[in-house]
Ligand binder design. Structure first.
Ligand SMILES: [Zn+2]
Ligand SMILES: [Zn+2]
Length: 508
């Protein structure tokens, strides 16, 4: 995928999300060529704002000012590149040749010559996402991966429950001003919510409450007076939670239920649970959306055609302090996940993604990525489908893989590697015209990839297309379950799955 000058913001792609909603149906601008994505739509009543939360404003929100959704979406677009089928094999072979050179176990095997030297990345510890992991100090069950799942799920739910009186069910997770703001009596239905990205804006550990500010890019449909309209929106949310709150058990993280007893939300009366009779709102026991603001609304898909030079791929790899030590600890628990084996898994996933991306074939991508990343792919493949184009990255192959970070929490192990790759990269219209990029010139690039796996899993990372739970040939539905044993394999319970892809400019 094409990258553009990506300077303005930190792009972070995410793990998580409850359900993938297939983006189908009529959308604004569908099919015709378009340019730019930064002008704001007007005449829509889909806007909610402002951050004070006490009044609703209709019409273009404009006031967001600091975030231009077209630009932001363009930034996100930078995030992938994928080659076509025929060259899969080439990539695979090259990948394995490289990997086989590193047969011996040990951290030095992550790096081969000629690439930038690694440096200790103290700056990275200051990033907002990293800051959030400090919650583990007071809440040992806290998992970033699960927090992100939860945020995705809550966002999709609050959008979909805006019509009618449905929002009442989410009262435990929404502040009264947010409930008021989101309520829209003219809205008949919201569906097809696909989250393109979630970014951390700020994390604040106050003495009483922790506050996390997030921005989400999403594509959704609203139905008013029987008319369906598709929107590309950017929303800013502030989630807060009391310092005394504790994380949900992993088994309950993927569904929204009573923060105290786990009973279904149907039993809520206001913010009191009808089962345990506890008052469960206000962020006392679980995260609450305290504020929400719609920064931008677009009716047209983001621009996919402008071109930009790579930036940052000559920078040294940012290695988190202590990463190698944590890698050793991981190896002590699971000797099979050695660098060579993990690199082979990365190459395997890389090739599947290249194929799926270039062919707009989400089914090929599904088995190897978490729900949140799958939404991301769904979002962009939908954009490309809408404008009848494909981004093709022929002959993509990994040149090198370096270890950047290893993080373990109560639920997941996460390994971040920087991969260096090269490919031809161009965007082709469905009628065969090259819309941007070059069919001849190869581009070098690097990206940080984070793979996650449940703490309970062990064994050699797989590099063959089989279900990691039962060994049957891969046959994975869009929800991520094996067609044979029905195990949900995309949550990382059985093998390493990709949860984030970050550009050089965004990582750190
Ligand atoms: Zn309850
Ligand atoms: Zn299976």
């Amino acid at each position: 995928m094409r990258r553009r000058g990506l300077k303005r913001t930190h792009v972070a792609l995410f793990v998580g999300a409850l359900s993938f909603t297939t983006a189908v149906g009529a959308r604004p601008g569908g099919g015709q060529a378009y340019r730019g994505g930064s002008s704001r739509s007007s005449g829509s009543s889909s806007h909610y704002s402002p951050s004070s939360g006490s009044s609703r404003s209709y019409g273009p929100s404009g006031g967001g000012g600091d975030v231009d959704s077209g630009l932001v979406l363009e930034l996100l677009l930078l995030c992938f590149r994928y080659p076509p089928l025929g060259l899969l094999v080439v990539g695979g072979v090259v990948g394995f040749v490289i990997l086989n050179r590193r047969r011996t176990r040990g951290l030095s095997d992550w790096s081969v010559g000629g690439m930038p030297a690694r440096v200790e990345a103290t700056t990275r510890t200051t990033s907002a996402r990293r800051e959030l992991t400090r919650l583990v100090e007071s809440d040992p069950g806290f998992s970033l991966v699960l927090f992100e799942d939860f945020a995705y799920a809550l966002y999709a739910e609050l959008e979909m429950k805006r019509p009618g009186g449905e929002l009442q069910r989410l009262a435990a997770f929404l502040s009264p001003p947010v409930m008021e703001l989101l309520h829209d009596p003219k809205l008949e239905r919201v569906d097809g919510v696909v989250i393109g990205a979630m970014r951390y804006v700020a994390v604040d550990h106050g003495s009483e409450r922790t506050a996390v500010t997030l921005e989400l890019e999403a594509n959704l449909s609203e139905v008013r007076a029987g008319v369906v309209q598709r929107f590309y929106v950017c929303d800013r949310l502030v989630l807060t939670r009391a310092r005394t709150a504790r994380s949900r058990p992993p088994g309950r993280k993927r569904k929204l239920d009573c923060p105290n007893c786990g009973a279904p939300l149907e039993g809520m009366r206001g913010t009191t649970c009808g089962y345990c009779r506890q008052e469960v709102g206000g962020g006392r026991l679980d995260w609450q959306v305290e504020r929400i603001e719609r920064l931008t609304t677009e009716q047209r898909p983001p621009d996919i055609l402008s071109d930009a030079a790579e930036s940052g791929n000559q920078l040294p790899t940012l290695v988190a302090p202590g990463a190698e030590q944590r890698m050793s600890q991981l190896l002590a628990r699971d000797p099979a996940s050695d660098p060579a084996a993990l690199s082979a898994r990365v190459a395997f996933v890389f090739n599947a993604l290249q194929f799926g991306w270039s062919n707009r074939d989400l089914a090929r991508i599904r088995p190897f990525v978490t729900d949140g990343l799958f939404q991301y792919f769904g979002y962009w493949i939908d954009v490309y489908t809408t404008v009848r184009a494909r981004n093709i990255t022929e002959n993509a192959r990994i040149l090198n893989i370096e270890l950047a970070d290893v993080v373990a929490d109560a639920v997941y192990d996460a390994v971040t590697v920087r991969l260096f790759a090269v490919s031809v990269d161009y965007t082709l219209s469905d009628d065969g015209k090259v819309l941007s990029g070059s069919r001849e010139r190869e581009r070098h690039y690097s990206e940080y990839w984070t793979l996650v796996r449940g703490r309970g899993a062990q064994g050699r990372p797989r590099t063959e297309p089989v279900c990691p739970a039962c060994g049957a040939p891969l046959d994975i539905g869009m929800a991520g379950n094996c067609g044979y044993c029905h195990a949900r394999i995309v949550s990382g319970e059985f093998d390493w799955v990709l949860s984030r892809i970050e550009q050089d400019e965004a990582y750190g």
